[in-house]
Design a protein around this ligand. Structure first.
Ligand SMILES: Cc1cc2nc3c(=O)[nH]c(=O)nc-3n(C[C@H](O)[C@H](O)[C@H](O)COP(=O)(O)OP(=O)(O)OC[C@H]3O[C@@H](n4cnc5c(N)ncnc54)[C@H](O)[C@@H]3O)c2cc1C
Ligand code: FES
Length: 413
């Protein structure tokens, strides 16, 4: 064999190896992106699990009201492609891209909304539970909630919904069996149903306390299933608290306490021990509970919480004394695509509020840093967050809903 032939064979072998290597890497990447079923349900990572890119079609298999007043409706969703669902962390939410028909037959309006999965992770279906949102009682002239009313009134069994993969950082910590205290106010019960279901199945010995605050029995969702779970699992302590019990509501039968879920009740009823707290409820409940728990001596890392809407809650760190600072000096914010340059004057809580106040059209969903709908490229300048958002923000991009400028900005919006 000549030296030239030898060189040829070496080059051919190297080329072959390179081709195999690239092919293997591409296959692994594709498998991770498109075939999440290969991931184990119990993957130990604490990160968000993004299981499919973009939107996926789901069919509404079943609808079911969960309360006597028919204000909370569950939707059981199955993937149209029939591929098994990827793993997710109990407590996470789905993001829905809804096309909402406008009255008078105008073009439909695209709306993004998040809904927590309301049962334990399973490979074939998701369940969400949506509360119908009326006009605010003191502003009857305002329209009722767009997405919740659309889902209640128009989305029927057999209909399709476009859904982003589960995400969010409010989920049960699977690496500990420290007694868990789930505190739900109203529709804040949904992520708790998922976490409870997961714990009872995967950590049957774990002590669980559910505090569920409601006004009265009419809005008591999942009543029969919660009572059945508590009867079946002695490790689950049910504490249902009605603030305005109705004439038919019986203390000791329908609810265990009258009043509110507050720190006084927790101190009275919880054993003196370490607990992991998971809280989701309306702003007044969370605004009093979280600082109250910290004052009681609960470590901030044992308090996990989620707000179902606009940044309705001071973050735990702020409650613990670390003040959130918002830049107050005047800086220019340029929305490049909209062709608008406006002066930030520190009046708004976020760049999203600022954009909307000035009529600049920007995408939004959760308005609390969780869903990524408002993620926008920063062409120049810097953005700060009072606390790290739940959604992982890509480099060079920002979340308008929880960000404020820390310099002049040019945004691709
Ligand atoms: C992570 C996450 C998880 C969630 N999980 C759930 C869940 O499991 N179940 C659930 O039911 N919800 C959940 N939500 C809340 C849900 O995403 C929606 O915010 C909720 O359904 C209300 O949306 P809507 O479009 O119906 O109301 P919107 O149209 O957003 O209206 C909200 C309220 O604002 C009022 N309003 C309308 N116009 C104005 C105006 N001009 N000025 C002032 N007020 C006005 C409306 O009357 C209504 O009372 C979750 C939210 C997040 C962020
Ligand atoms: S609107 Fe959801 S992250 Fe900003």
């Amino acid at each position: 064999m000549t030296a030239l032939q030898l060189l040829f064979y070496i080059c051919a072998a190297l080329l072959f190896q390179l081709t195999i290597g690239i092919g293997l890497a591409a296959w692994r990447w594709r498998r991770n992106v498109t075939s999440p079923t290969t991931l184990p349900f119990e993957a130990g990572a604490r990160e968000q699990t993004v299981a499919w890119p973009g939107l996926r079609d789901f069919r509404v298999l079943r609808r079911q009201f969960e309360d006597a007043l028919l204000t909370q409706c569950s939707f059981h969703l199955v993937p149209v492609d029939g591929v098994a669902l990827p793993p997710f962390r109990a407590g996470q939410f789905l993001t829905f891209a809804l096309d909402i028909p406008q009255p008078a037959g105008g073009a439909s309006r695209a709306i993004t909304r998040c809904y927590s999965v309301s049962d334990a992770p399973r490979p074939d279906a998701y369940r969400i539970t949506v509360k119908r949102v009326p006009s605010p009682p003191n502003r009857p002239e305002l329209p009722p909630g767009i997405a919740s009313n659309h889902l209640h009134d128009r989305v029927q069994e057999g209909d399709l919904l476009r859904v982003r993969a589960p995400s969010g950082r409010f989920f049960i910590d699977a690496e500990t069996e420290v007694p868990a205290v789930f505190i739900a106010g109203g529709i804040g019960i949904t992520p708790m149903m998922s976490m409870l279901g997961w714990c009872l199945e995967k950590q049957p010995g774990r002590v669980l306390h559910l505090y569920y605050g409601l006004r009265h029995g009419g809005e008591h969702a999942f009543k029969a299933s919660l009572e059945a779970l508590a009867a079946q699992h002695p490790a689950l302590q049910l504490n249902v608290v009605y603030s305005q019990p109705g004439p038919g509501d019986v203390l000791g039968r329908d609810h265990q306490h009258a009043g509110y879920v507050d720190v006084a009740l927790l101190r009275q009823t919880l054993p003196h021990d370490r607990h992991a707290f998971y809280i989701c409820g309306p702003p007044p409940m969370m605004a009093s509970l979280i600082p109250g728990l910290i004052e009681w001596g609960i470590a901030p890392q044992d308090i996990h919480h989620e707000a179902f809407g606009p940044a309705s809650l001071a973050p735990v760190q702020a409650a613990a004394g670390e003040a959130a600072t918002v830049i107050a000096t005047a800086v220019d914010i340029q929305f490049r695509r909209s062709g608008r340059t406006l002066m930030w004057d520190g009046q708004d809580a976020s760049l999203l509020d600022f954009a909307e106040r000035h009529g600049v059209a920007v995408e939004s969903g959760c308005r609390s840093g969780s869903c990524g709908s408002c993620e926008t490229a920063i062409l120049s300048g810097t953005v700060r967050y009072a606390v790290k958002p739940d959604h992982d923000v890509a480099p060079g991009r920002c979340l308008l809903c929880v960000g404020t400028p820390s310099s002049a900005l040019v945004l691709d919006a």
